[in-house]
Design a protein around this ligand. Structure first.
Ligand code: SAM
Length: 272
C-alpha cells in the first residue's frame, strides 16, 4: 500500500486563508491521536493552561472559581472542550468553539451538556457583547496569521470590561529546536525571525502552520485588539510533572519558560 510522503518542515510566509485551511485539515486528521496522547493529562473536565499543568482551579486567572457561576464564557480553540466542561461544573454557561470538526466530535464523545460551535476564531458567529469572559488554552492564537483580527472579534463579542485570557507557546521557545532533550537547549534560530513554521506537502501546499510573535508583538497585538494587559503569566515547571509533551519536558521546563498566558481586559477607552 502506498503511503503519503512525510510533509516537509520549512519556514515561509503563510497568509490567513492558507493557515486556516491547513490547520483545519491537520486538526481533523490528528485529533484522534492528540486526544489519545494528551487526553489523560488534560482530564475530561479540568482546565489546564498548558503542558506545565497549571490548573485554572488554582490559578484563578479568570477570577475566583466561585465568581464564575452564571457567567457566559466563550472558549476559543476548545478542542475536546475539557476547559468548558470545568467551567460548566463551576456553574458558568460556556460555549466551546473550534475550527476542527473532529476535535468537536471528541467533545461530543466525552459528553456533558455543552454548546459546541464549529467556526474560525477570526469570524465569530455571535452578536456583540454576549459573553462575560473569553478564554483559550493554546487554541487558535498560535495558529492564526492575524491575531489582531481574532482579538478584535473577541472584544466585539465581550461585554464592556470583559476578561480575555489566552495561552500560547512562550515566544522565547522559537529560538530553540522544538526538542525535549538537551538538543532543545541551544539557540538555533533568531527569536526575531517572525517567518511562520510551515509543514507542506510535495506540491508545496501547507498542511500545518504556526505563527511566531515576539513578547513585544503579542503585547502590541493585545492593545491593537482593544484590550489592556493585566498580567503575563509564565508558569514554572512543577516538581510533580514528569511528562514530555512534544518539545515540553521537565529538563527544559526547569530552565526556560514554555508557556505564556496573557490576561487581558476589554479596554473601554480604546476605539472599537
Ligand atoms: C492545542 S489545541 C488546544 C485545545 C485544548 N485547549 C487543549 O488543550 O487540548 C488547539 C486547538 O485550536 C484549534 N484551532 C486552530 N486554529 C483555529 C482557528 N483559526 N479557529 C478556531 N480554532 C482553531 C484546533 O482545531 C485545536 O483544537
Amino acid at each position: 500500500m502506498s503511503q503519503d510522503p512525510e510533509p516537509e518542515a520549512t519556514r515561509r510566509d503563510a497568509g490567513e486563508a492558507e493557515s486556516s485551511r491547513a490547520n483545519r485539515g491537520w486538526w481533523d486528521r490528528n485529533a484522534d491521536e492528540y486526544q489519545q496522547d494528551h487526553g489523560g493529562f488534560l482530564g475530561d473536565d479540568r482546565f489546564v493552561w498548558g503542558p506545565e499543568g497549571l490548573d485554572e482551579a488554582e490559578a484563578a486567572l479568570l477570577g475566583p472559581a466561585a465568581s464564575l457561576k452564571g457567567l457566559r464564557v466563550l472558549e476559543i480553540g476548545a478542542g475536546a472542550a475539557q476547559c468548558s466542561r470545568w467551567l460548566a461544573a463551576q456553574g458558568a454557561a460556556p460555549v466551546a468553539l473550534d475550527l476542527s470538526h473532529r476535535q468537536l466530535q471528541h467533545a461530543l464523545r466525552i459528553g456533558g451538556d455543552l454548546a459546541l460551535v464549529e467556526a474560525d476564531a477570526g469570524t465569530l458567529p455571535f452578536r456583540d457583547g454576549v459573553f462575560d469572559l473569553a478564554c483559550s488554552a493554546y487554541g487558535a492564537v498560535p495558529f492564526v496569521a492575524d491575531p489582531v483580527r481574532v482579538f478584535r472579534e473577541v472584544r466585539r463579542v465581550l461585554r464592556p470590561g470583559g476578561r480575555w485570557v489566552f495561552s500560547v507557546t512562550h515566544p522565547l521557545r522559537w529560538a530553540f529546536p522544538d526538542e525535549p532533550g538537551p538538543e532543545g537547549l541551544s539557540v538555533s534560530a533568531s527569536y526575531f525571525d517572525r517567518t511562520p513554521y510551515v509543514e507542506q506537502d510535495e506540491d508545496g501546499r501547507a498542511v500545518y502552520v504556526e505563527h511566531h510573535r515576539t513578547v513585544g508583538d503579542r503585547v502590541r497585538d493585545v492593545v491593537a485588539g482593544g484590550f489592556r494587559l493585566v498580567d503575563l503569566v509564565e508558569p514554572e515547571w512543577p516538581a510533580w510533572n514528569g511528562q514530555e509533551w512534544g518539545g515540553w519536558s521537565p529538563l527544559r521546563g526547569n530552565l526556560i519558560p514554555g508557556t505564556a498566558i496573557f490576561v487581558c481586559e476589554r479596554d473601554e477607552s480604546a476605539a472599537a
